[in-house]
Design a protein around this ligand. Structure first.
Ligand SMILES: [Zn+2]
Length: 386
């Protein structure tokens, strides 16, 4: 209690010391370290950027530039932030002003040109972006990943897909992309060619895609489609089988196509081994499980169908389609006791996963509502599966 006034007194001393110290530091700075002081806001700006504080970083970098002596990197970053905020033409001004500087390092030159190119691309001038990359490659002699990536995008925007592909291969050499991505890109190219009726080009492009990534499922599906159009059902079937094995996401389309193609060829019974192969790699694939069960049913192999569905529901209790199919099988066989106890169990299992969602704001409720507590609207709820 008695020493209460001592605290403000001590605080005053500390503040005085700080002020004196600060003055001394400032004077020393002003006299002998003018250049370093000028770059201080730059370093602060970088730190703020690392912390994700963009507006503050922008202010610091601007300060650094106005004080003079800021490195080219400060300009590059300011420009990039302008572009990201939608002001690409101002960004281009900033970045272009740097291209005339003579004392840039090779890395700085690459960064400047890459940003000029990005600015052009953002302004909707891919041809100028491409020119900028070409100039940069000539002047720096560098094969830079960033530049290759920009060139690939610009070529694609210009519809020059062959060149885009060449740039992507360069990019891969620099570690900027993978064979998987190149293959996926080529699938898009092939789709375009196919749409234009250039089936032979599309096939060539897909073959190329599969050389980059033999397990590229969309390439397999697209190739199968072309083979089917060319009346080569055997190749189409082989490719669809491969795709169904490789990709859970493309299995539905591949399986549907297989069912149709096998049926048309008059060898529909082969579908059993197709489903089995898929279930071996992915035991929880619903399309394959239900497809196989339906196949058994059509063949009159009711016990096989029920056994398969019981097993599938054991690991996937929430399956609606599986439950419907299994209950109709019990009903068809006239096994009412079994059906009743099964429906009892299903009821509980399915009810647990009901959700109701507001179509307006996405608010979720476990019971049906007619008024949304979040967006205050009426009659917006609907049942959604999980
Ligand atoms: Zn709502």
């Amino acid at each position: 209690m008695g020493d209460a006034p001592v605290i403000p007194f001590l605080a005053g001393v500390v503040v005085a010391l700080l002020v004196v110290g600060a003055r001394w530091i400032v004077r020393r700075d002003q006299q002998s370290r003018r250049v370093e002081r000028a770059t201080d806001p730059y370093i602060e700006g970088l730190k703020l950027l690392v912390d994700g504080k963009k507006p503050e970083a922008f202010a610091r970098l601007q300060q650094a530039i106005m004080a003079g002596g800021a490195p080219a990197d400060a300009f590059v970053r300011i420009g990039r932030m302008l572009r990201e905020n939608g002001d690409a033409s101002k960004a281009l001004q900033v970045h272009k002003s740097l291209t005339v500087k003579a004392d840039l390092t090779r890395e700085e030159k690459v960064a400047v040109y890459a940003n000029v190119a990005e600015d052009y691309a953002a302004l909707g001038h891919p041809e100028r972006a491409l020119e900028t990359v070409e100039v940069a490659t000539r002047r720096t002699g560098l094969r830079d990943a960033e530049l290759s990536a920009i060139a690939a995008r610009a070529c694609h925007a210009l519809g020059r897909t062959e060149e885009a592909y060449e740039h992507m291969k360069e990019l891969k050499k620099a570690g900027g992309t993978t064979d998987r991505e190149i293959a996926l890109y080529l699938v898009t190219v092939a789709e375009k060619e196919s749409d234009k009726g250039r089936a032979r080009d599309a096939k060539k492009t897909l073959a190329r895609a599969l050389r980059h990534d033999p397990e590229c499922a969309p390439a397999l599906v697209a190739m199968a489609r072309l083979e089917e159009q060319a009346d080569d059902a055997d190749d189409a079937i082989r490719l669809w089988r491969q795709a169904a094995q490789l990709s859970a996401d493309l299995a539905p389309v591949a399986l549907r196509s297989l069912e149709r193609a096998l049926y048309q060829r008059g060898t529909f019974n082969e579908i059993e081994s197709v489903y089995r192969d898929v279930l071996e790699t992915r035991p929880n694939d619903e399309n394959a499980a239900l497809g196989l069960a339906s196949f058994y049913r059509k063949q009159g192999r009711m016990d096989d169908a029920m056994h398969l569905l019981e097993e599938y529901r054991g690991t996937n209790p929430a399956t609606v389609a599986g439950t419907v199919l299994l209950s109709s099988l019990y009903a068809a066989r006239g096994d009412t006791d079994e059906l009743e106890s099964f429906l009892d169990r299903s009821d509980r299992m399915l009810a647990r996963d009901e959700r109701y969602r507001c179509g307006s704001c996405g608010y979720e409720a476990s019971e049906m509502r007619w008024h949304c507590p979040r967006c205050n609207r009426f009659d917006t709820f609907a049942r959604t599966p999980r």
